[in-house]
Design a protein around this ligand. Structure first.
Ligand code: SF4
Ligand code: SF4
Length: 345
């Protein structure tokens, strides 16, 4: 890996050279009821809108690579016969300026199942390959448990990663494009003092994590506690609203609807992101529902993330961003659920 450094004042110059493309980044979207800013990944046209010091966004950036609704294919019929039209819905490369390590790790996990697995999806793949990612270091929030999930740092899946050293940024460079962009601004090779300051910053950050999830032997414990009463207790609280999957950077489950035009001359296959906590998630033709009770649906969400995915890919499908717990109206959080399954709650 190549390490470079540039002074803080050069950040706007980096934005300008990247702005040859469409930039998506964290911006202040609104204020909550206590007047605290809420952040969101949005298109950024003006450098002044970018908020690289954001704590975390309420919703992940997945609408740009896993949209909630996406037309997979369209069909039209005329006298000549029928025509199929497939569009991967990618128009221009997107630069993601300011992704935290957890969200880049989430993309790496999605890659495993949507790009490198038995059935790769070109809709996701085309968008993923047209992403240029500038990561940025963050300050752990009280709800973050990414460190326990091994997602507080990231080794790949980005082009460059910035760490704020106070007066300058330390840059990990992973792609030739990133190197070329840095060459167009006033940057230099990192030297020993930069390395030392970087390591100091890493150490300070580790000391700021407060939330704790014990993942020791978790897959085995989940196997043992499949019938535990705690699942019913959490299920009674759960509103089956699906918000947790909506905000989650790694939830990718979906359904496909087929819509036929009223004049019978056209049809469309439309993909919708789904949530395993919604009542109809496991309902099949004929009306039978394999998971009619909320506690079973909630349980399976945890088993998919912390059991099934680990078995398939040797890592969890959770990056510990804590968004689901922050958004849940029933105050259901991953650290509390896992602690209770372990008999610690
Ligand atoms: S766990 Fe919370 S956010 Fe998720 S479906 Fe249940 S109530 Fe909604
Ligand atoms: S399950 Fe919750 S904590 Fe884990 S990645 Fe999804 S939103 Fe983040």
């Amino acid at each position: 890996m190549i390490f470079r450094v540039f002074n803080k004042e050069e950040l706007s110059a980096l934005f300008d050279v990247l702005a040859e493309n469409i930039i998506v980044g964290p911006v202040e979207k609104a204020l909550d009821k206590d007047g605290i800013p809420l952040y969101s990944f949005e298109l950024v046209r003006d450098y002044e809108e970018l908020r690289l010091q954001y704590p975390s966004t309420k919703i992940s950036a997945k609408k740009y690579f896993l949209p909630h609704n996406e037309t997979l294919s369209s069909f039209s019929v005329d006298k000549e016969g029928w025509t199929k039209h497939v569009d991967y819905n990618i128009y221009k490369p997107l630069v993601f300026f300011g992704m935290h390590a957890c969200d880049i790790n989430a993309l790496n996990k999605l890659d495993k199942v949507l790009l490198e697995s038995v059935y790769p999806t070109p809709y996701y793949g085309s968008k993923r390959k047209n992403m240029f990612i500038v990561g940025v270091n963050c300050t752990p929030q009280s709800h973050c448990f990414c460190r326990d999930m091994g997602a507080d740092t990231v080794q790949h899946g980005f082009d460059m990663f910035l760490t704020d050293l106070g007066d300058r940024y330390f840059v990990e460079v992973l792609s030739a494009e990133a190197f070329n962009y840095l060459d167009r601004i006033n940057s230099r090779e990192a030297v020993e003092v930069d390395h030392l300051d970087y390591m100091k910053r890493v150490k300070e950050r580790i000391g700021k994590f407060t939330s704790k999830v014990d993942t020791t032997d978790l897959t085995k414990i989940l196997d043992m506690e499949f019938d535990a009463e705690v699942w019913r207790e959490w299920g009674e609280k759960c509103l089956s609203c699906g918000t947790c999957a909506n905000v989650c950077p790694t939830c990718y489950c979906y359904g496909v609807d087929e819509q036929v035009d009223l004049d019978l001359k056209g049809a469309h296959k439309i993909k919708h992101l789904h949530s395993c906590n919604l009542l109809d998630f496991a309902e099949v033709a004929g009306g039978h529902n394999f998971r009619p009770e909320s506690y079973i649906r909630l349980k399976y969400r945890y088993y998919h993330k912390h059991r099934g995915f680990v078995e398939a890919f040797e890592e969890s499908l959770c990056v510990g961003c804590g968004r689901c717990g922050e958004a849940c109206l029933a105050d259901i959080t991953v650290p509390e659920v896992i602690a209770s399954v372990r008999g610690e709650g």
